[in-house]
Design a protein around this ligand. Sequence first.
Ligand code: FBP
Length: 517
Amino acid sequence: LAQILQNLASLQLEKKKVKETSLKEIFPHTYAMPIVTCVTQKNAAPVQRKPLRVGVVFSGGQASGGHNVIAGLFDALTSLCSKSRLFGFLEGPGGILKNETKEITKELLTSYRNQGGFDLIGSGRTKIETKEQLAASIETMKHLSLDGLVIIGGDDSNTNAAILAEYFLAHGLSTKVIGVPKTIDGDLQNEFIDISFGFDTACKVYNEMIGNIAQDALSAKKYYHFIKLMGRSASHIALECALTTHPNITLIGEEIAAKNKTLLSIGEEIADSIQARTAQGKNYGVVLIPEGLIEFIPEMKLLIQELNRLLADIKNISLTQRSEIEKKLSTASVQCFRSLPEKIQTQLLLDRDPHGNVQVSQIETEKLLIDTVQMILKKRNFSGKFHALQHFFGYEGRCSLPSNFDAKYCYALGHVAALLIEGGFTGYMSTLSPLTKPIEEWEPKGIPLTSMIILEERKGIMKPVIKKALVDLSKKPFVSFMKNRKKWEIEDCYVNPGPIQFFGEKEITDIIPISLM
Ligand code: FBP
């Protein structure tokens, strides 16, 4: 036994070494850089600063506060040197490849400050990865003589930022690349990033809508509302909304994966709750479903993994290709695929995004669950009432006016990005923490992007990616949810927090996400 353990230990060491070596090989110029902190120099002599030329790009899904990042970046750059200029790349990273920009001016920014959306310059999901794309990026940087490039994005986009920083250095380009943590999903968080921007606002918008629905359910007493909430992979949004609004049931994808629950067993549990509520004379309820749930159900996860590999290079799948793909699936996956309603099958076969992700927002998991529960209740000869309605709260949470928290956080993130470029740093993420403290106590830092990167399988190949933060089942937010959920399941403890407040008492206007608290 000792020998086996020793072998295992050395094997693990070996594995770690291989991983580290290969990351070091991928990022020879930007691997193992130190964390950068900012210090205030009291009584420092005024410095003559040279004007900077900086480009900024939105990458991926919208998240409230994006315009404030640009405002903070612009204000910091022009206060460091009034002659500095900022250029926004149009429609996401694709704008870098095509060299399509819009100059951001004070006048232009006026009507975008504290506003939602990414419409100032648009966004896109193009991934810059081929040799040609990397070369085109260099051409654009040279053409615009950029000192810096700020990439506002999620885990995939910031991985792209790390790759660009490395590539620019390797090719002797002086353009500095800085990432800014954005995504409503909240899965770009780690020991350095408390939370990505946009999460707070999105959850507050969903909380208002869930609260309204719960109150409607309680008033009408006739419907079960199955609400799917955005969050492509992790269930942070569903958990945060549950902690705020106390629905009867909330599924947490990470728990379902940990307990190896099948679609059928999830359906059985929901059916048990419905029967328990019926026994109390309650024919209504609210169920929250994270968008990414489908990828956590073991049999679906396997099926999606196999499909991702098979679909990696196919666009707009044809009928013949569809049956060819079915033939190549493993027995377990083909069984799972065939057991699904046709609509869900088709949704699972939709084109992947440029980062190889399945488009979970297009899959009607809420309908799949309703059908499963209905089938189970029928089998159980359930004689009570079960009228279910399906909802999807997603896009409506991404472009709301940013909450006060997101508005301030984003403006400050833009400032830090400008300071990092001015300081000559590249391959860094702009961060502020601890966000639970008052803004005066937030510490601005530059975190090396490579310190967050691991190797993961994408489109069937091992690729460097920033680790997605999933819900940690041992941490307080989930533990607190677990303690309360039985009570919420049967009793009606709904909370309706109402809309986001911008003016008034700080305890209300500046409230931060419960899971962050
Ligand atoms: P990002 O990770 O790019 O911020 O986007 C998150 C998200 O809003 C997910 O919650 C959702 O699944 C996805 O974008 C939807 O993508 P699209 O806007 O391409 O439909």
